[in-house]
Design a protein around this ligand. Structure first.
Ligand code: NCD
Length: 309
């Protein structure tokens, strides 16, 4: 897949060949990261528009751009401080900003909002999370982490645990993993189960799926333990959220039941779903995963900007 000049809005744009190409370029970006930096994007400017809180994703994109010598204009409080306050539409915002920069990264609480802005942008727009819909670059870095740690994706049993209804990360992970011979174990309260259409898509590909509310009973089968946070900000009330808060906590006792060579990933931030004592377990990969995120975003930025290394 040729990404030059394209928006990255959805994981649906990727297939196994384009994923392999992306992962190979990401491996080269890791070498650049080890050396320090490069200047291949020195004549490019990235605009970062965040309408929703973030620590990792925003810094990760900004770090990726700067590691490749590019420049960054960033606003983490678009909702409060941009002309959106003066009722400017997302379409006009896209049209205006794309006159000034070479690439745009955006996060917004509404599903479909990044697509809306991209429609009037003449430069590539990358989705850094739109509501509970998708988070393509997180899904890509999660798959890269699994690919790197496990030497591939086929044949693995992947457990995805937590808020599978509102979590955009599980949605993106499933959409990318559907291309591989993976067995899925979905662990969530029934009310926070994966949307029907995602399950149907996996079934249409004859993927083996197990659905459970019980982490203790299913963890021994998992090669990948993908934990997610209950998405507090998507619930109608605090009371509703409280019903599920603290429901799954991965601790040393549960880790004792997991495979010796399993890996634990998490997009972070965590609340309490992974006990800090698990951080020292060699199977915990969630902090290394953050570094993989910078490398994957370096690869994606250079691809959409059409700059080869
Ligand atoms: C995720 C997100 O924003 O969807 N965080 C991230 O980008 N690393 C996961 C989450 O907030 O639970």
């Amino acid at each position: 897949m040729e990404l030059e000049g394209k928006h990255i809005l959805s994981t649906k744009q990727f297939d196994p060949e384009s994923l392999t190409a992306l992962f190979e370029l990401t491996t080269k970006m890791e070498v650049i990261l080890e050396k320090g930096e490069s200047d291949i994007l020195s004549d490019k400017i990235l605009a970062v528009l965040f309408f929703e809180p973030s620590t990792r994703t925003r810094f990760s994109f900004e770090s990726a751009m700067q590691r490749l010598g590019g420049k960054v204009i960033s606003n983490a409080q678009m909702m409060e401080t941009s002309s959106i306050q003066k009722l400017e539409s997302l379409e006009d915002t896209g049209k205006v900003i794309s006159q000034m920069v070479d690439v745009v990264v955006m996060r917004h609480p509404e599903s479909g909002s990044v697509t809306k802005l991209s429609q009037k942008s003449k430069v590539p727009v990358i989705n850094a999370g739109d509501g509970s819909s998708e988070h393509p670059t997180q899904g890509l870095l999660d798959l890269y982490t699994i690919w790197k740690e496990k030497g591939g994706l086929d044949g693995l049993t992947v457990g995805i645990i937590g808020d599978l209804k509102y979590g955009r990360v599980p949605h993106s992970q499933c959409d990318l993993l559907r291309h591989f011979d993976v067995k899925f174990v979905f662990v969530s309260p029934e009310e926070l189960a994966l949307p029907r259409e995602i399950i149907d898509e996996l079934r249409s590909r004859h993927r083996e799926i197990r659905v459970s509310e019980n982490l203790e009973g299913t963890i021994p089968d998992m090669d990948v333990i993908s934990m997610t946070r209950i998405q507090k900000e998507r619930f109608e009330s605090e009371k509703e959220y409280e019903k599920y808060a603290g429901m799954y906590i991965l601790d040393e006792k549960l880790m004792a039941k997991a495979k010796e060579d399993a890996i634990v990933i998490h997009p972070l931030p965590r609340v309490d779903e992974i006990d800090v004592e698990v951080d020292k377990d060699k199977r915990a990969k969630y902090f290394e995963q953050v570094k993989n995120g910078v490398a994957i975003r370096m690869a994606l930025l250079s691809m959409v900007l059409g700059v080869e290394i």
